[in-house]
Design a protein around this ligand. Structure first.
Ligand code: GAL
Ligand code: CA
Length: 383
């Protein structure tokens, strides 16, 4: 099997220290993800190329000898089994865990004459770990990779490995730039259009305010709002944040931005940030717009912990349509969300993987430019 080349490996690692996702995000300072990012930067400075390569090789040897690899030992000649190797940026992410579950259940359903196995790994927010995982998955005989990049601007090591070993990749959810996707003809992307989720969220909020004028609790004709943002540099965080405001303005809602906080998609971080916002703005916040549902739930947790009465609480809106958020909407604690279709995305990935594996015509699939499948967001009935 062809391994990572030291040159590309180390060259790309140098990006990580300055990387917009990790570098800019001073708020992730205490987070284990940032720890990895810093460590990678140091490794580059101290260790140079050969150290990076050795570590990687050592990691692979250990993984193999400890029997950690689970795609089944390599038997390249036998290709009757579709062996999917999946790596996700962080396996504690709620929405992505939903996608993994959907993929597992589709694999079970479709396993018949064609056997399908799924071997899934979480990269704990480290691109270096993910690169190593891809190497392990390929070494263990996976014949299709599902990759949810840690750093969507740094897929080159993974692409080189896959191309050298002729293993197609379906990237998902964290969208890489087009130039990277064009590097090889067996690279694909499955995801959703961030702008669409924000438009739907904006329309929902505007409709909610029209139906509940009491949202403007100080009666000044403007909506005092705060925003909780996902990871800096993530297409969904950037585009959702801009577009929801644009949509609200276009819907004629007058806005007064009080503040925003970055909470990296995380419920715990959102609870913490929202508690700070509550103590800073007391009852002034009328609307809380969150880039995803887990952070909306974190905001809800913060209000539950505060001694704020129901009247003092803002209207809270998320995106994803997770089970727990739909329940919170039914309980009146969150006001709305947008469905990010985990089942639809998992199905699209499986349809594509199965067809690639069987050498079937891909033109039957809704592939844009032969590369992209985008699944629509929708408004759930709970809203
Ligand atoms: C978004 C989703 C977030 C989070 C993120 C991870 O599409 O709304 O909840 O899962 O992807 O990349
Ligand atoms: Ca107001």
């Amino acid at each position: 099997m062809k391994k990572l080349r030291a040159s590309s490996k180390v060259g790309h690692n140098s990006k990580i220290g300055h990387n917009s996702q990790m570098g800019q995000n001073s708020k992730m300072g205490h987070n284990s993800k940032m720890g990895h990012g810093l460590w990678m930067g140091h490794d580059l400075n101290i260790g140079g190329r050969s150290a990076g390569k050795c570590l990687l090789a050592l990691g692979l040897t250990c993984a193999l000898s400890l029997g950690l690899v689970s795609c089944g030992q390599k038997d390249a000649a036998k290709t009757d089994t579709l062996k999917i190797g999946l790596t996700v940026y962080d396996d504690s992410d709620t929405f992505l865990s939903q996608i993994t579950e959907e993929i597992r259940s589709r694999a079970k359903e479709d396993s018949g004459p064609m056997k399908i196995t799924v071997s899934a790994k979480g990269a704990d927010g480290s691109q270096r770990t993910q690169d190593e995982q891809v190497e392990e998955l390929i070494a263990s005989g996976c014949n299709i990779l599902f990759v949810n990049l840690v750093d969507r601007t740094d897929p080159s090591n993974i692409i080189d490995l896959a191309r050298d070993n002729n293993v197609p990749i379906i990237f998902y959810n964290r969208e890489l730039v087009k130039e990277d996707l064009m590097q090889w003809d067996k690279l694909y992307y499955v995801g959703a259009k961030a702008g669409q989720s924000a438009e739907l969220q904006g329309q929902e909020i505007a409709a909610y305010i029209a139906a509940h004028p009491e949202v403007d609790s100080n009666g000044d004709g403007k909506i005092q709002y705060v925003m909780l943002k996902g990871e800096p540099g993530h297409q969904d965080a950037i585009i959702r944040s801009e577009k929801v405001v644009e949509t609200l303005l276009a819907e004629g809602v007058e806005l007064d931005k009080l503040s925003y906080e970055v909470a990296n998609w995380s419920r715990a971080q959102a609870e913490n940030r929202t508690s700070q916002l509550i103590s800073e703005y007391h009852g002034q916040i009328e609307l809380l717009i969150s880039n995803n549902d887990d952070m909306a739930l974190g905001a809800m947790d913060a209000y539950d912990q505060s001694n704020m009465t129901q009247n003092g609480r803002p209207a809270i809106f998320g995106i994803d349509g997770t089970k727990e958020t739909l329940e919170a909407i039914r309980a009146g604690k969150v006001q709305g969300t947008v469905m990010n279709d985990a089942t639809g995305q998992a199905d699209a990935m499986m349809d594509l993987a199965e067809r690639i594996f069987q050498g079937k015509d891909l033109s039957k699939l809704p592939l844009l430019n032969g590369k992209y499948i985008y699944i629509d967001y929708t408004i759930p009935q709970e809203n």
